[in-house]
Structures are given as C-alpha cells and as structure tokens.
Design a protein around this ligand. Structure first.
Ligand SMILES: O=C(CO)[C@H](O)[C@H](O)COP(=O)(O)O
Ligand SMILES: [Fe+2]
Length: 221
C-alpha cells in the first residue's frame, strides 16, 4: 500500500483555511483534529466546519475525533463525507458497533489509542477497523515532542496487523518530523500525521515530499 502523509490542519492558519488546504494538495489526506474541551483540554472545530472543509478540500479528509461520547457524535462526520473517522478507544462505549456504523455510512473506521493505552485489548477488533492510530504525543495540542516510548507499541501493532492478514493502516500522530519519521516507519507505521513540521515549513509541498521519501525509505514492509 505504501506510506501516506496526512498534514494536520491544526497548524494551519484558520483565517486562511482554504488557502492552507490547497497548499497540501500533494498530500494523501488532510488530518482534521476535532477537540471538545472534555476528552482533551483544548477546543478546535466541529461538524459545521468539517462539512465545509470536505466541500473545498483537494484531498480526502481524515477526521481525528478527540471527543467524549463518540458513539453519539462520530457518525455525523461520516455523513459529512469524511473519508475516515477516527475515534478514541478510551472514549467509546461500544467501539465495534460504532466502527460498523461508520463503515455503513461509507467512511473508513479507525480506532485511536493514547500513548498509555495498550494495543493488546483491541487486537481482536482489527477485522472491524480500517486503521489504528497510535498517538505519539498526548492528544490535545500540536507542536509537542515525539514520545519514543510509543515505538514498542507501534511495533506490536504492526505485528498484530501483519499476523491478521488484514489491510489495516497504522497511523501515528504527534511530533512527526524529518528527525522522527524514520524510526516510526522502521517500527511499522505507514500513515504519518504531521502538523507543525508541514505548516511550519517555508516550502510545504517540499516538506510533504521530504517526509514521504524518508518514511518510504525507512519503511520495512
Ligand atoms: O492530534 C493531534 C494533537 O492531539 C495533532 O494531529 C498532532 O499534534 C499534530 O501536530 P504536530 O505534528 O505538530 O505534533
Ligand atoms: Fe490528530
């Protein structure tokens, strides 16, 4: 399947969002962080803005929901046209039911794990999922440092996915840059979210290309 680069618009200029979406047209998807000030101590944007982003975005929308009660709120993001909808394992009451509902609505279903949440209890859910997101920072803010202690979990998630024989993507999110992407790719990640590294670059398309090249070269699968 190859690797994918998903710039996070958390680091975009929200007053020039359409311009900053056009700027990532060479990426594989736009990562949109929805935060509700309950599940995480930060507030970003919600459904009406995601609906509009889907309409103007030149690439598919990857919605990362850092919200309480995703069982109630996540399906609307699939209905809005997000290509994938990621909800947190720590917040979902019925993850299998929710993943099935997201798929029924035409989105890819993804399960996110905070840095301290183990992968093992969720391995049996892989057939219900299109992607696992291993958070490599504590969710809530952009610009944090990559947590190296998550590399073991990335490797264990990769082993579980490979053993399953399923086409489940393994995304990481937080602190991804030219200096961290190779070790995450070596550990087994294949979808890389990068906010500050992409939008902080003078040449956004060049940064996406550089991350893609480094990740692809280090990717062992
Ligand atoms: O989910 C997130 C934070 O909770 C963001 O997607 C992530 O932090 C991206 O920002 P950066 O690449 O600057 O770390
Ligand atoms: Fe995110």
């Amino acid at each position: 399947m190859g690797i994918a680069i998903h710039p996070s618009i958390l680091s975009a200029d929200f007053t020039n969002l359409q311009r900053d979406l056009e700027a990532i047209s060479t990426a594989d998807a736009a990562h949109v962080d929805v935060m509700d000030n309950h599940f995480v101590p930060n507030l970003t944007l919600g459904l009406p803005i995601v609906e509009r982003i889907v309409e103007v975005c030149p690439v598919p929308v990857d919605a990362h929901l850092m919200i309480a009660d995703p069982d109630r709120w996540a399906p609307a993001y699939a209905e809005a046209g997000a290509a994938s909808v990621t909800f947190h394992a720590e917040a979902a009451a019925a993850p299998v039911r929710l993943a099935r509902e997201l798929r029924r609505l035409g989105a890819r279903a993804a399960l996110a794990l905070r840095p301290a949440t183990p992968i093992e209890p969720f391995v049996d859910l892989l057939p219900e999922l299109d992607m696992i997101l291993v958070m490599t920072v504590e969710p809530g803010f952009g610009g944090q440092s990559f947590i190296d202690a998550t590399l073991g979990k990335i490797a264990r998630a990769r082993a579980a996915i490979d053993a399953s024989g399923l086409e489940v993507r393994l995304q990481i999110d937080g602190g991804v840059s030219r200096s961290t992407i190779e070790r995450a790719a070596e550990a087994g990640a294949d979808v890389f979210v990068a906010g500050s590294a992409v939008y902080g670059a003078d040449d956004i398309a060049g940064e996406i290309a550089a991350l893609r090249a480094l990740g692809a070269a280090a990717c062992g699968h």
